[in-house]
Each structure stands twice: as structure tokens, then as C-alpha cells.
Design a protein around this ligand. Structure first.
Ligand SMILES: Nc1nc2c(ncn2[C@@H]2O[C@H](COP(=O)(O)OP(=O)(O)OP(=O)(O)O)[C@@H](O)[C@H]2O)c(=O)[nH]1
Ligand SMILES: [Mg+2]
Length: 302
């Protein structure tokens, strides 16, 4: 496309944990670029989702959910810091609110901080499939009293309701200028990191209580064969020896099931046969080691 006609916009998507930020971006981009789970704090780092609409290239910056981490929670602090940093990188901010959950403590704190920074935002009420319309209207009233919203949308990232209008809006808000990414690019995530993220998603889906938060996943080896197949070795790093058994499961059934689900998804994502090998390692205090933060694109120290 002729550069004089193109437009480009960067939009940072923020919100409380579990509001549906990643689901929404995946839905708009039309491909899974960011992992999703029913648990809070699934996204740990900034992830780009990129799409073309007409002459506009729209870049969404997915961010970790913003909450108030304890002083001792270093990973949590790094995640929240990455989210606020993401805000500085976009042309505009879109605040996602879970309309079923309403205005919780986290959303309230986010709006307060936006106000302090004198930053207006686009408000997106998500999960409208779960609430009655009259509830939505009172939620909008309440939110309008708290913050400065330039535009309000009501959508369901799950069903796709309201998404087309939202994408049109982002396209129209994009500014004249060259596209910043190749036309077919949907994400900025390197394949090695994507492999680790998909494994982590399956662990989030299959493990419970504190364990998902005690682990990280790293791709340690990536080998491509002449026939196009790829062999990926990934390590699941937990904090304590006694957590290894839970990740492995009885007779290794849990890790087998995680590996199988991840392999199926990666085969689709990479469009080639994937051989995935998972190992579990205990590394006490990994949340205090810089290398594990850099591996997923987080700053350290925080
Ligand atoms: N019913 C319904 N569920 C949704 C909708 N959007 C997202 N969800 C669900 O909400 C949960 C959280 O979705 P995510 O996309 O991981 O949320 P997130 O805001 O990225 O969460 P963090 O990365 O942890 O901050 C998942 O179980 C989604 O399936 C929606 O519009 N309707
Ligand atoms: Mg997310």
C-alpha cells in the first residue's frame, strides 16, 4: 500500500487481572497471540497483537493485569511495572473492565492512577454476555463518576459481540503514517517464547492453588530438522522439590497431558510437526533471579 495513505496506531490494553484483555486482543487480531486462562495473572509480560483493518495497522499492547502486589512478591511487582510501562508506549489507553465483576479494588486503583497522570482512556466493558443490560448502564454511570473516558464500548470478547465496532474505532483512531510491521505479522513474540508461553498456559489450566504462580517455563533447546519438523525442549521451573511431583502427576500423567495439549497447539501455531519434551526442575528462589525475568521480557531488578 502507498505509504501516503497508510495509518498506524498503538493501543495499550490494561485492566485488572482476569478482565479478559488477552481474550479481547486475540479476538480482534483473529489469532491467538496471547495466552488465556480462567486464573488471574495469566499474562506476565507485554505482548503485541497486530492487525490490519483497511489502511490501518492496529497494534495492541497486551499487558499483565494490574493489582497491588505485596512487597515480597517480586514477580508480581515486575508484572505490574511492565503494565504501567506499556501505557507509556501506546498512543492511547484502553481500560478493560469485567462487567460481571464490576468495579473491584484493582479497577478503582487503576482509574485513580490514570486520573493522577491526567490520562484519559477508552473504556471497554467486557463479558457483557454475563450481565443484564440494566446492570451495564449503572456500571457505566459509576465508572463515569470515577474516571475520564473518551469513549465507551460494551463487548463480549468471548462471543464477539460488539467487536467489529470496536475494531472500526481503533482503525479510525490510528494516525496517518507508515505501518510499523510487515503486513502478515500478528505478534512480536519469538517462537521460543511462544512455545514456553503455550506450555505455561496448559499448566495454568491444569494446575491449581498456588502452583501456577510458583512456576515459570523456559525453552532451553530448539532444533529444526531438514524435513521441517522441530524439536523443542522446555523446562518447567518450580520453587520447591515437593512441587515437582504435583506437576508430574501420578505416573507422569499430568505432565504428559500438559505436553500433549501444548504440542497440539504449537503444531498448529508453527504449522509443522512439533516434538515437545518437558522437564521439571526445582530452582528455589527463581523469582529472585534476573535471568528468569529477562527470559520473559521483564525488567529486573524491580
Ligand atoms: N463469559 C465471558 N468470559 C470471558 C470473556 N472474555 C474473557 N473471558 C474469560 O475470562 C477469563 C480471563 O481471560 P483472559 O483473557 O486471560 O484475561 P486477562 O485480562 O488477560 O487476564 P490476566 O492476563 O491474568 O490479567 C478466561 O477464562 C476467559 O475465557 C467474555 O467476554 N465473556
Ligand atoms: Mg492476559
Amino acid at each position: 500500500m502507498d505509504e501516503t495513505e497508510t495509518r498506524c496506531g498503538f493501543f495499550t490494553v490494561i485492566g485488572a487481572p482476569n478482565a479478559g484483555k488477552s481474550t479481547l486482543i486475540n479476538r480482534m487480531v483473529g489469532e491467538k497471540v496471547s495466552i488465556v486462562s480462567p486464573k488471574v495473572q495469566t499474562t506476565r509480560t507485554k505482548v503485541l497483537g497486530i492487525m490490519i483493518k483497511g489502511e490501518s495497522q492496529i497494534v495492541f499492547i497486551d499487558t499483565p493485569g494490574i493489582f497491588t502486589p505485596k512487597e515480597s512478591e517480586r514477580l508480581g511487582r515486575a508484572m505490574v511495572q511492565a503494565a504501567w510501562k506499556g501505557i507509556g508506549e501506546g498512543d492511547a489507553v484502553a481500560l478493560i473492565v469485567d462487567s460481571e465483576k464490576g468495579i473491584g479494588r484493582d479497577t478503582r486503583a487503576i482509574i485513580a492512577k490514570l486520573n493522577k497522570q491526567e490520562r484519559s482512556a477508552i473504556l471497554i466493558l467486557n463479558k457483557v454476555d454475563l450481565v443484564r443490560p440494566d446492570m451495564l448502564l449503572s456500571l457505566v454511570d459509576e465508572l463515569n463518576k470515577l474516571g475520564d473516558f473518551t469513549e465507551i464500548f460494551m463487548v463480549s470478547a468471548l462471543t464477539g459481540d460488539g467487536i467489529a465496532e470496536l475494531v472500526d474505532y481503533f482503525a479510525a483512531q490510528s494516525r496517518p503514517g507508515p505501518w510499523m510491521f510487515p503486513e502478515d505479522q500478528v505478534s512480536d513474540m519469538p517462537m521460543r517464547l511462544l512455545a514456553a508461553e503455550v506450555v505455561r498456559e496448559k499448566l495454568f489450566l491444569q494446575l491449581h492453588q498456588e502452583l501456577p504462580y510458583a512456576l515459570t517455563v523456559e525453552t532451553v533447546n530448539w532444533e529444526e530438522f531438514k524435513n521441517g519438523e522441530v524439536k523443542i525442549d522446555a523446562e518447567i521451573i518450580v520453587e520447591r522439590e515437593n512441587q515437582k511431583g504435583i506437576v508430574l502427576g501420578k505416573q507422569g500423567r499430568r505432565i504428559k497431558s500438559v505436553g500433549e495439549a501444548a504440542r497440539i497447539e504449537l503444531t498448529k501455531a508453527f504449522d509443522r510437526k512439533v516434538h515437545l519434551f518437558l522437564r521439571v526442575k526445582a530452582r528455589p528462589g527463581w523469582t529472585n533471579r534476573a535471568a528468569h525475568y529477562r527470559a520473559i521480557g521483564l525488567d529486573f531488578p524491580v
